[in-house]
Design a protein around this ligand. Structure first.
Ligand code: NAX
Length: 326
């Protein structure tokens, strides 16, 4: 047995938090031999609800759960943090402009980035789930000047998993047969779920499905799956989002099994995505660090889709800069 790993979850009283915490405490994220110290960060109004979740965590008698702390102070929530899951965010309220949304979230992710900078472990890994996730990660990273930028990521693994699942359903094959799927760009409706390099049981997917299905069914279905879930459930994705967050962190620490997955990471300029933007790429995790898969050919259709989503990321970054928040 190894020494405990400290995991901070923000927005712990929310619906993703509720789906996430029990799986982390059961060992699904860090494996069956790693004890976990959980730190739950909430706003003051939701601290009591988070304490309720902590009571239930205790009632599970998880063998790996070392301790649970609940706080509304970022400084204490990120004290010694090895893994930070930034789930809590400000949702868009009625009559709120996009700039209001970016500003409200900068007010959350700026201070959290500074708290991570000042208090977290040296090798901290950060996953931003709260929307707008890519730009929130950019803000947090910019406020954590002593932490290498590659330690900040945003979640597109749910989009990736949705794409893999939709393709497997279409082909009538197990999800484990699918490889080489990529989500590019922003975690928003502008994202580009790319099947150009995908394989199913080793067969190239473009030879198995027609282009019309990809363009008019697959891409919109994946990009708008969040809305489809809200329609059906009457609430946004929670357990699937939590599961994707666990996949992201597990692969980041343990390595991607084979092929690649998708994650939003700080761009190094690969594929013409401006350096510094937090954008989704095909990635592998090697020795505990994400690497962007290089050398994939991008046909015209892919280039246009990637450029459109990256343009949205640039607009978000510029809006945050314009507000003086970057
Ligand atoms: P909930 O509204 O259920 O929970 C959010 C929680 O965050 C609330 O309990 C709230 O009190 C807390 N919170 C707000 N500000 C905080 C702060 N400054 N510090 C700590 N906690 C704070 O939302 P939920 O359904 O759990 O979703 C959470 C976020 O995930 C949302 O921003 C949502 O848009 C985003 N999502 C991102 C996904 C992705 O793939 N990247 C998919 C799922 C989800 O939509």
């Amino acid at each position: 047995e190894t020494s405990p790993v400290t995991v901070t979850v923000t927005g712990a009283a929310g619906q993703i938090g509720y789906a996430l915490l029990f799986r982390i405490a059961s060992g699904a994220m860090l494996g069956p031999h790693t004890p976990v110290r959980l730190k739950l960060l909430e706003i003051p109004a939701a601290v009591r609800a988070a304490e309720g979740t902590a009571l239930e965590l205790s009632d599970c008698a998880f063998g790996l759960l070392h301790s649970v702390d609940v706080t509304d102070s970022p400084a204490s929530a990120f004290d010694g943090t090895d893994v930070a899951l930034l789930v809590g965010a400000r949702p868009r309220g009625a009559g709120m402009e996009r700039s209001d949304l970016l500003e409200a979230n900068a007010g959350i992710f700026g201070p959290q980035g500074r708290a991570i900078n000042d208090h977290a472990a040296d090798d901290v890994r950060v996953l931003v789930v709260g929307n707008p996730a890519n730009t929130n990660a950019l803000i947090a990273a910019a406020n954590a000047t002593d932490v290498p930028r590659e330690r900040f990521t945003a979640m597109t693994r749910l989009d990736h998993n949705r794409a893999v699942a939709q393709l497997a359903i279409k082909l009538g094959c197990p999800v484990t047969d699918i490889d080489g799927v990529t989500i590019w760009g922003n975690h928003s409706a502008s994202q580009y779920p790319d099947l150009t390099h995908a394989t199913a049981g080793g067969e190239p997917v473009p030879a198995l499905v027609d282009e019309a299905w990809i363009e008019s069914e697959f891409i919109p279905r994946v990009a708008r799956r969040g809305a489809e879930i809200i329609d059906a459930r009457g609430a946004s994705s929670a357990a699937s989002a939590a599961s994707a967050a666990i996949d992201h962190i597990r692969d980041w620490i343990d390595g991607t099994p084979e092929g690649w997955t998708s994650a939003a990471v700080v761009s190094d300029g690969s594929y013409g995505v401006p350096e510094g933007l937090v954008s989704s790429f095909p990635v592998r995790s090697v020795d505990g660090a994400w690497e962007i898969v290089q050398g994939l050919a991008l046909p015209e259709f892919s280039r246009e889709r990637i450029d459109a989503s990256v343009a949205e990321l640039i607009a978000e970054r510029d809006a945050v800069r314009g507000l003086g928040l970057l």
